[in-house]
Design a binder for this molecule. Structure first.
Ligand code: FAD
Ligand code: FES
Length: 278
């Protein structure tokens, strides 16, 4: 159970894992996530299920702090102690017509099962993928096969259009009648995507990633304000309608343990040595 069957480097500090777990493979639906604990003393890490292959599920992880660095260091053939899930509500997959999918960073991996399910329902997919530079735009091959139109944006112009994903959204909004949008990526990106979709009067789903602990609605760590009401991203989400989210509150809550997180990563690097090669 939970053996890492395959590990591939997709971009600097970004790894694609295939993890054996028949239960997750049987029950997972697009938009859902798992909570991983690497070993007895490890923190619980929420990670989206990025696909399934035979009796394994796919997880794409970016090393940002101690726990995700530790996970990205785990070797092929080793085992993960616990995988809890599938958790969260699945995406609302249906026939909508013209669907715009917007992905940034590892959010691109979360979008993949959603894109596959929407395509299977007969939707036309307009996909915008963005990254800091060419090497950070992951899963291009998979999205090239699925998308009816694919727009790439990079901050430094090393690939595709020089700009951010909302520039790609604007191009499509000017040209096509878009019926619904999904955006997954860094919180700040999803905030601006939501503003852009609102400007054009189109409904947008975003997949939130607040700090989570138990992933079951008991601890309150993942609370977010949506439509002025308190919601728990782990059980009421992680997908919410983007124009209803209190983004400024969410961004503030995400930064609340920054000092402790930095200290914990510093101690980990002291223990294991330089990790800039990861
Ligand atoms: C539902 C859900 C699905 C997720 N799916 C994925 C995924 O598929 N792939 C992936 O790489 N990551 C995913 N994340 C984010 C991942 O869980 C965090 O990056 C991880 O928990 C950070 O732990 P850490 O100890 O490595 O870093 P920490 O030391 O805790 O944090 C390091 C830095 O990361 C930021 N951070 C902390 N927690 C989060 C968070 N939950 N989301 C975003 N930034 C955070 C902090 O602000 C800090 O700057 C998901 C999060 C949620 C809630
Ligand atoms: S993570 Fe504890 S309530 Fe959502």
């Amino acid at each position: 159970m939970n053996v890492i069957r395959r590990k591939r480097r997709l971009a600097p500090g970004v790894y694609d894992f295939l993890i054996e777990n028949k239960h997750i493979v049987k029950y997972a639906q697009p938009g859902q996530f798992v909570v991983i604990r690497l070993h007895e003393k490890a923190e619980r890490i929420p990670i989206t299920i990025a696909g399934k292959e035979e009796d394994c599920f796919r997880a794409v992880v970016r090393a940002v702090g101690k726990s995700t660095y530790e996970l990205c260091l785990a070797e092929e053939g080793s085992s993960i102690m616990d995988v809890a899930g599938p958790l969260g509500r699945p995406s609302e997959i249906d026939f909508y017509g013209n669907v715009m999918l917007v992905g940034g960073g590892v959010g691109i991996a979360t979008l993949l099962p959603i894109a596959e399910a929407l395509k299977a329902k007969g939707n036309k997919l307009y996909v915008v993928l963005g990254g800091r530079s060419k090497e950070y735009v992951i899963m291009l091959e998979e999205f090239s096969k699925l998308a009816d139109e694919l727009i790439i944006t990079t901050d430094d112009g090393s690939f595709g259009i020089k700009g951010v994903v909302t520039d790609g959204m604007q191009l499509l909004f000017e040209r096509e009648k878009i019926d619904i949008v999904w955006a997954v990526g860094p919180t700040i990106m999803m905030k601006f995507c939501s503003m852009k979709a609102k400007e054009h009067g189109v409904k947008i789903w975003v997949s939130l990633n607040p700090i989570m602990v138990d992933g079951t609605g008991m601890c309150g760590a993942c609370r977010v304000s949506v439509d002025g009401k308190i919601r728990f991203a782990c059980v009421d989400g992680p997908e919410f309608e983007g124009d209803r989210v209190d983004w400024d509150e969410l961004l503030k809550r995400l930064a609340q343990y920054r000092k402790e997180e930095e200290e914990s990563l510093k101690l980990f690097i002291q223990e294991v040595g330089d990790l800039s090669w990861l």
